[in-house]
Design a protein around this ligand. Structure first.
Ligand SMILES: Nc1nc2c(c(=O)[nH]1)N[C@H]1C(S)=C(S)[C@@H](COP(=O)(O)OP(=O)(O)OC[C@H]3O[C@@H](n4cnc5c(=O)[nH]c(N)nc54)[C@H](O)[C@@H]3O)O[C@H]1N2
Ligand SMILES: Nc1nc2c(c(=O)[nH]1)N[C@H]1C(S)=C(S)[C@@H](COP(=O)(O)OP(=O)(O)OC[C@H]3O[C@@H](n4cnc5c(=O)[nH]c(N)nc54)[C@H](O)[C@@H]3O)O[C@H]1N2
Ligand code: SF4
Ligand SMILES: [Mo]
Length: 847
């Protein structure tokens, strides 16, 4: 099954039966342009060879920072082309949801020749691990599903009996429907989990403690229409053109056309800066807090404060506005002025740290303080630093000082990912899937920054004052790329080689799979029932099955249910609600906002026939559109126009009337003095933080690098080529976007390095080699690499050839346990051996 020839034969024999066709492994080899076609409005396409195909909405389901409509043209079970949104005319106010290069390359991934085709075990594996050192280098042996499931059941039982359930580490997560593994493990007696934000840096907890509003990424700032009302937008370590693909850069462009000025603060002259910026302020990574303090000093000294806002909406700015019990010296104003520590945080002081000239800091402060409304919009990146809690706290404080919050076009927030440029409650949303919450009987959970150390050394910090012994003997990964995407991958490899059993459930031979004993091939979303996806607040996407499962791949749910059966666990414990019923629940519960914004109504009309075809139980209902229309178009997009009732700016009510619309903090106000944040960090037990924002150098920040022999600062950006590590194996994307190391031209000249040379980048945690791109568009002293390349160790010299940033980042647990990928000290040197471009590397095809 599943070879090229069979795909073509199937196509010829089995023309109309496209979903019933057997696995078509080579479908993706049909090149674009091989079949020209004429689009009809019915979703049916006639290709040049006369075959009829159908455009089906295809999932683009990764954590990619966007959410777009993608369709696949399926002819006899073969995906011959892809396209994006053409369901309506495009306009700035009602834009099409157009996909990016990654989305358009999806068939190269789903139908890739490098898909894991069969269950496989490591040749030198034996119960208990066998020769564990060979993990990552061993040969693979194809086995049957029955043998694979037997191995899973017997190893789970053996490890549980020998060491207890705490020895089973399931370090990942996913959306509810992908939670089959924790559901099974919970029914089996529990497992040790992983915790800690790897995504938004220190933003989530700081934001929710300071503002009292849970940080969900979508609720902070302005929606796209309100952004046009701003006078100044500061993109502070945000690069939507690359890291929020889909609409955000286009929405910003509308704001620019409406006359908004843009300033970009970034160590890189980014793609967004090129398109949007009136001004680029280069900065040293992990030093933004110093810049903010320098601005704060200027604002105080030049009487530019919005005292009214500070008095009514905040606590902690000065000694007169501290909560009861606080040390009067511990206020922000006196800290900035240096009243007690004899260090005034002048622009000159800040400049020494962040590298921005003092005059520029003053000019920028003057402009921001005197421009209303002005919005500060940050990505996760500047807060994705070790002990980085001060940064969001200081950034919010800066906006409070000048009252640039709560008025249309103003704001201070991280607003990145797929809700970038469109903050506000969802205007259309799916219903719940009906799955009950998972209850893990075990309360062990290890922070990402400690997990490998815990595996190797048997201890971890549960919370302040509580160090627990732990003896991990099994690692089970699915729907994440644990070894690649967390900090400390070199240590991770040692940890993977230490335990008795490692299993990976994936579509490809990722690093997790490569270092495993057993790999279980899973289906992609294109091979499953279908589902619902959302991104920005205005859309809901309904994707469906595109092709049959490839080769012997099985869904996560099937795999877990079958393991459960071997363990004697009732399948309804693993899957309490059928997949069909879950889908129906989401559809039937879908809601859309009423035009006047007064509440929600049902989105879909579902007939008894629809429910029957969906294979679910439920009552017919009436909604705004028919299910058939939704299914055919694949999307519902809420009509919008400037001035409608659905525009959004966060904290409008509070700022307009703070006495009657208190925020949900202990003081009812924004907390510049935030004891609950300091207490929380204290309780976690890694580091401490003062209740007010201060400048505290990051572990492995700029200052450490000046002393420790690793003078360059590495930043690890979200890269065009892939969604984290997902899609990194697609050769189209490899060809278009090289995995290169950006190095400043001055630094390159000093090191005698030119574009195309191979450099070795070394941190205290590991080394990678990569071709270099010499450019003026990166701050001197800084190098950047896209995160997500699949580890490819040169076992001879311990160097990763792929440029995986996890190899360079240190596993360092600080603050709220987030990972500080952008505080990392490295050295850069010319590498004397050649390295072929990775687009020319052999694909990881095992069988
Ligand atoms: N193409 C692509 N897009 C993605 C993703 C992907 O994998 N690929 N992943 C998605 C996900 S899950 C997330 S969480 C988001 C992340 O989105 P972001 O955090 O916004 O993205 P980054 O690329 O990490 O960084 C944005 C910008 O911050 C700059 N920067 C880095 N460090 C600093 C610093 O210390 N100070 C300042 N001022 N700027 C700094 C970088 O140079 C970059 O231009 O992206 C999403 N979008
Ligand atoms: N150095 C550095 N590292 C970073 C970042 C950074 O800025 N710098 N950013 C971080 C951020 S923001 C994030 S969100 C994380 C993301 O970290 P992860 O979520 O671990 O990243 P992905 O690479 O997207 O891994 C998803 C994996 O799931 C697999 N998969 C997809 N669908 C399915 C399915 O249905 N079933 C199963 N079993 N598997 C499936 C894919 O093949 C892929 O291997 O990375 C973090 N890592
Ligand atoms: S931005 Fe994301 S959802 Fe949109 S096409 Fe690209 S990968 Fe797919
Ligand atoms: Mo993320």
């Amino acid at each position: 099954m599943g070879n090229i020839l069979e795909g073509i034969i199937n196509k010829q024999i089995n023309r109309r039966n496209f979903l019933k066709a057997s696995a078509i492994g080579a479908a993706g080899l049909a090149l674009p342009g091989c079949s020209s076609s004429t689009l009809t409005n019915t979703g049916v396409d006639a290709t040049a060879d006369g075959n009829e195909g159908q455009w089906i909405t295809a999932a683009c389901w990764h954590n990619c920072g966007g959410r777009c409509l993608n369709k696949a043209l399926v002819v006899d079970g073969v995906v011959v082309r892809q396209k994006t949104d053409d369901t309506h005319e495009d306009s700035p106010d009602f834009p099409q949801q157009r996909g990016c290069a990654r989305g358009r390359s999806h068939r190269k991934m789903v139908m890739g020749a490098d898909r894991l085709k069969y269950p496989m075990k490591r040749k030198n594996w034996a119960p208990g691990g066998g020769n564990k050192e060979l993990r990552g280098q061993d040969e693979w042996v194809r086995i049957s599903w029955d043998e694979a499931l037997d191995i899973m059941a017997s190893e789970l039982t053996r490890i549980k009996d020998a060491y207890g359930n705490r020895a089973i580490f399931a370090p990942v997560g996913g959306s509810d429907s992908l939670q089959a593994v924790p559901r099974l493990l919970s029914a089996f007696g529990g497992y040790t989990a992983r915790w800690g934000s790897v995504s938004w840096g220190s933003w989530p907890t700081v934001y929710s403690k300071v503002t009292g509003q849970p940080h969900n990424g979508a609720s902070d700032g302005n929606d796209r229409f309100r952004l046009r009302e701003s006078k100044l937008i500061i993109l502070w370590g945000a690069n939507p053109a690359q890291s929020s693909q889909g609409l955000p850069a286009y929405n910003y462009l509308q704001a620019k056309k409406a006359g908004v000025k843009f300033i970009v603060i970034d160590p890189i002259y980014s793609e967004s800066a090129r398109v949007l910026a009136d001004e680029w302020i280069p900065i040293r990574p992990a030093t933004d807090t110093a810049l903010i303090l320098g601005m704060a000093y200027y604002i105080i000294k030049n009487n530019l404060l919005d005292q009214n806002f500070l008095d009514n909406c905040t606590i902690g700015f000065d000694a007169d506005h501290l909560p009861e019990g606080a040390d009067p010296k511990d206020n922000f104003k006196d800290y900035v002025l240096g009243t007690y520590d004899n260090t005034p945080k002048t622009p000159e002081w800040a400049s020494e740290i962040c590298g921005v000239p003092a005059v520029k800091i003053a000019e920028f402060a003057q402009e921001y303080a005197t421009t209303k409304p002005a919005a500060i919009i940050s990505g996760g990146a500047p807060a994705r630093i070790n002990n980085g809690e001060h940064l969001p706290h200081a950034m919010m404080t800066l906006a409070y000082m000048v009252g640039n919050v709560g008025i249309p076009g103003a704001g201070v927030s991280p607003n990145m990912h797929n809700s970038a440029t469109n903050a506000g409650p969802a205007l259309v949303k799916a219903g719940g899937n009906g799955l009950p919450k998972i209850v893990n009987p075990i309360d062990d959970s290890i922070n990402s920054g400690e997990m490998y150390d815990a595996i190797l050394n048997g201890k971890y910090i549960k919370q302040k004052g509580e160090i627990r012994d732990i003896n991990i003997q099994m690692i089970w990964t699915w729907f994440s790329h644990n070894l690649n995407q967390r900090a400390g991958s070199s240590q991770g490899i040692d940890a993977y080689r230490k335990v008795e059993f490692v299993v990976a459930q994936n579509m490809f031979l990722t690093a997790d799979a490569q270092y495993a004993d057993l790999v279980l091939p899973v289906t992609s979303e294109w091979e499953r029932l279908g589902g619902l996806l959302t991104g920005n607040r205005e859309i809901l996407i309904h994707y469906r099955q595109i092709v049959e499962p490839q080769y012997e791949a099985k869904s996560d749910l099937w795999i877990v249910k079958e393991i459960g059966k071997k363990l004697g666990i009732d399948p309804t414990k693993v899957c309490p609600v059928s997949e069909e019923q879950q889908m129906y629940n989401q559809l039937a519960g879908a809601e859309v906002i009423k035009e006047d914004g007064s509440g929600y109504e049902k989105l879909l009309t579902l007939t008894a026939e629809d429910i029957k075809v969906l294979g679910a139980e439920g009552e017919p209902q009436t909604g705004r559109i028919t299910y058939q229309e939704f299914k055919e178009k694949g999307i519902y997009q809420v009509p919008r126009h400037k001035g409608d009732k659905l525009e959004f700016t966060s904290f409008e009510d509070f700022v307009a009337d703070p006495a009657n619309h208190k925020v949900n903090t202990p003081s009812g106000k924004f907390e510049i003095y935030c004891k609950s944040l300091a207490d929380n960090i204290e309780k976690v037990g890694f580091t401490s933080k003062s209740p007010i924002p201060k400048y505290e150098p990051s572990v492995e920040g700029y200052e450490d690098g000046q002393k420790n022999g690793y003078p360059f600062q590495l930043i690890t950006i979200h890269y065009f080529r892939r969604s984290h590590s997902t899609l990194d194996n697609v050769t189209w994307l490899r060809e278009a976007f090289n995995q290169e190391c950006r190095l400043n031209a001055q630094d390159a000249a000093e090191l005698g390095i030119k574009t195309g040379d191979i450099v070795k980048v070394t941190s205290q945690h590991g080394s990678v080699i990569r071709p270099v791109y010499v450019t003026e568009t990166i701050t001197p002293g800084v190098v950047s690499l896209g995160e997500g390349a699949w580890i490819d160790m040169d076992e001879g010299n311990g160097v990763d050839k792929a440029g995986c940033t996890g190899i360079l980042n240190g596993p360092i647990a600080t603050g709220q346990g987030h990972t500080g990928y952008n505080s990392c000290n490295v050295k850069v040197e010319k590498y004397d051996k050649p390295l072929a471009l990775d687009v020319n590397w052999p694909q990881r095809i095992i069988l």
